[in-house]
Ligand binder design. Structure first.
Ligand code: PLP
Length: 394
């Protein structure tokens, strides 16, 4: 057998700490490694494969579209793009869509849109307020937007125009707002930095503040959107509507795509001001349309809510059994457990050995973001493996 890790050492840049298995196949909530070992996948491509691996509706849509029309450039009308935009607008509070290829790119588009809005309506205001622990992507501007020093320090000086303030702190946002502020950008649940939930009234208070100041609220729903947290979009649970929302991860259940959605008043691009060569091409849009349509028609959000609650109950039972499990938190099927010491890697490896993939989101925490189509059976299996894994450590 080829030694794949050796090839990785030789040929790839090391931007990620690899988990030592080579995956070759996926189906539903399961993946298989090169040796044929089966794993229950509670990582799902980092919250991407929402309908599981190789879901038939996505496979069918991609197969048909790849044989019909893949890429045209955006000078031409293409039907999958229009149908997807219509579907997203009909099922959200937003009015207009721009398609990109990834999450970071969608956020770049959102910030450009907010700056355009600032030029047109707020005397050239351009600053965007973001919060500590946020994650908005890996481009230089999004590294500046993300309130995490570890992503910023290697690349200073960073693009200007971003102000990071404390998490869950409305007063900090108020204090940072000046006549240069055009928007506040937030994740409804911070995924990448550990599944940090915003307090109940925080988002509503931010919304009210943005309204009072006439500035825009951008919600980064790249991880929380498309049913992950138990509603199609997380904002629905907070009773607030964003002016701009970004999507990516679960949008096409595995095919790379991103989207910026905006209310009519904030959709201020004019031809030539923004663009993308591949963004919204027929292939990715056909996949996304199939994935979103299936998600809506089958109320996958309700399943994520129900199964998520069942999973959290099970995790809380484990917490009572293992005192070093400090906290269980989450919404829908975006869940983390935090330990009282840095045993995240050990837990991950103990789960891996027993056939469960989880994500070490912090040295002392693991995150679960399984496909949203799982049921109690998969959760029971995961809890059983986790129980044994924790017993082997504690
Ligand atoms: C993953 C993620 C991004 C970045 O998306 P990419 O597709 O990796 O560029 C941005 N924001 C949030 C909230 C994310 O979870």
């Amino acid at each position: 057998m080829t030694n794949w890790p050796e090839l990785e050492q030789k040929y790839l840049m090391h931007t990620v700490e690899r988990i030592p298995i080579v995956l070759v196949k996926g189906q539903g909530a399961r993946v298989w490694d090169e040796a044929g070992k089966e794993y229950l996948d509670f990582v799902a491509g980092w919250a991407v494969n929402s309908l599981g691996h190789c879901h038939p509706v996505v496979v069918k849509a991609v197969t048909e579209q790849v044989q019909t029309l893949i890429q045209t450039s955006n000078q031409f009308y293409t039907i999958p793009q229009l149908r997807l935009a219509e579907l997203l607008v009909q099922h959200s509070c937003l009015d207009k869509v721009f398609f990109s290829n990834s999450g970071a790119e969608a956020n770049e588009g959102a910030v450009k849109l907010a700056r355009r809005y600032g030029k047109l309506n707020l005397n050239g205001a351009y600053e965007v307020i973001t919060v500590t622990g946020s994650f908005h992507g890996r481009t230089l501007a999004m590294v500046a937007a993300s309130g995490q020093a570890k992503f910023q320090q290697p690349y200073t000086p960073l693009p200007s125009g971003f102000v990071n303030v404390g998490f869950n702190d409305i007063e900090a946002i108020k204090a940072a707002t000046t006549d240069k502020t055009c928007a506040v950008m937030l994740e409804p649940v911070q995924g990448e930095s550990g599944v940090n939930l915003v307090s109940e009234d925080y988002l509503a208070a931010v919304r009210a503040w943005c309204d009072q100041k006439g500035i825009l609220l951008i919600l980064d729903e790249i991880q929380t959107g498309i049913a992950r947290t138990g509603t199609l979009f997380a904002y629905e649970q907070y009773g607030v509507e964003p002016d701009i929302m970004t999507l990516a991860k679960g949008l096409a259940s595995g095919i790379p795509i991103g989207a910026v959605l905006a209310k009519e008043k904030a959709a201020v691009f004019t031809p030539g001001q923004h663009g993308s060569t591949y963004g919204g091409n027929p292939l990715v849009c056909a996949a996304a349309y199939a994935a979103v349509k299936f998600t809506i028609d089958n109320n996958i959000a309700a399943n994520a809510k129900q199964v998520g609650e069942y999973f959290m109950d099970g995790l809380r039972k484990l917490q009572r059994k293992y005192p070093f499990v400090k906290e269980v938190r989450g919404r829908g099927l975006l869940i983390a457990i935090e330990f009282s010491s840095d045993i995240g890697k050990q837990v991950l490896m103990a789960c891996l050995e027993r056939g469960l993939l989880v994500n070490k989101v912090k040295p002392n925490a693991i995150r679960f973001m399984p496909p949203l189509i799982i049921g109690k059976k998969e959760v029971d299996q995961a809890l059983d493996i986790l129980d044994k894994a924790l017993a082997s450590i504690g």
